[in-house]
Design a protein around this ligand. Sequence first.
Ligand code: ADP
Ligand code: MG
Length: 404
Amino acid sequence: MSFVKEKIMQYNKKSISDIEVKGKKILLRCDFNIPLDPTGAITDDGRIISALPTIRYLLDQGAAVIACSHLGRPKGERSDEFSLKVVGERLTELLGKPVKMARDVIGEDARRLAAELKWGEIMLLENLRFHAEEEENDPEFARQLASLADIFVEDAFGSVHRAHASIEGVSHYLPAVAGFLLEKELYHIGKALADPKTPFVAILGGSKVSDKLGVIVNLLDKADTLLLGGGMAYTFIKARGGSIGSSICDDDRLQYARDVIEKAQKLGVRLVLPSDSLIAAETTENAEPQVVSSYDIPDGMMGIDIGPKAANEFVSIIKDAGTVIWNGPMGMFELPKFSNGSRMVAMAMTDPRIVSIVGGGDSAAAVRQFGLEGRVTHVSTGGGATLEFLEGKVLPGIDCLLDA
Ligand code: ADP
Ligand code: MG
């Protein structure tokens, strides 16, 4: 790990390999915000698997691990739908040792389990977002969380861009260091950022349009080419005067989209939208997709994947890139009929000459679904965090850790 550490360009932070963890209770912030299907079953356990090296190391060293995470958006209230129990069960299988599941976060059950936890044992707190104080970064909530442990280990790379109580707040009460996953992420993304092989191509897609629009303007300073696909594209296509039918769109940001298009032109950044789209009236396996111009989508129809022409255009741009960062699927890849665009982009990124980084929970799931995980340079566990890191923003969950 020291090899990895030396290479972190932006940050030089202490990690778990720099401190004594034996005989210590560790509050370990993980990112177990995994996708669940409507029955509540895990559809992709990549983020749990990514947390294993740190957990195994801590347990082997003789620490006691109090793991915690958020899951979904339960809005500050307890609900079975967002319980971390399903994560505890999967983690138990993966570790081959029982993970004790607390029924609350800072309540009586969590405190009792934490007090009784033995060295080499692990427990999991309930969903941090059952408390509104988590996202508010409430100091008292952070203090109570911290009081369960002796040391804080930050390993939730996917959340380090958020100044929440379990990410930043606890560092005011406990010595705070990085876990192995965080180190690995900083190494790969830091390297791509500090010394990018050019051309630098950023690909954005997915459905969290409003969340991601903000980063686009900042990426313009870094990228040579920006490819927009998935649900992200239609706000831009509408802003350019296209008809997008019932495709997803952020109508409040049309002017913003026009500004981005103008800024890209000024900076000489190539901004590419999908020329054609795969459209359908319904988003199910029974849909009968049609290929049309993305600027001419009939009423009642929705753009669900980039079209074949757009996919080929994206592929040829990726082939000429030095570095490619991809965040957000090109279509509803979960349905085979609408997975072509994402598959073609993912395939093109496996060219060994390209430094290829995939970020975002669903994008990472897509790459895994296509069986291409081992063939890209790095599959990041972060979405928003990856993008904000790329923008060069200060990430509160990293900034608060002890300096090496
Ligand atoms: P990530 O998790 O990689 O950051 P997002 O969460 O932003 O990505 O978006 C992922 C979701 O976007 C997927 O579930 C996919 O089905 C959906 N999606 C992709 N393209 C479209 C589209 N054109 N319209 C609606 N949803 C889309
Ligand atoms: Mg997502």
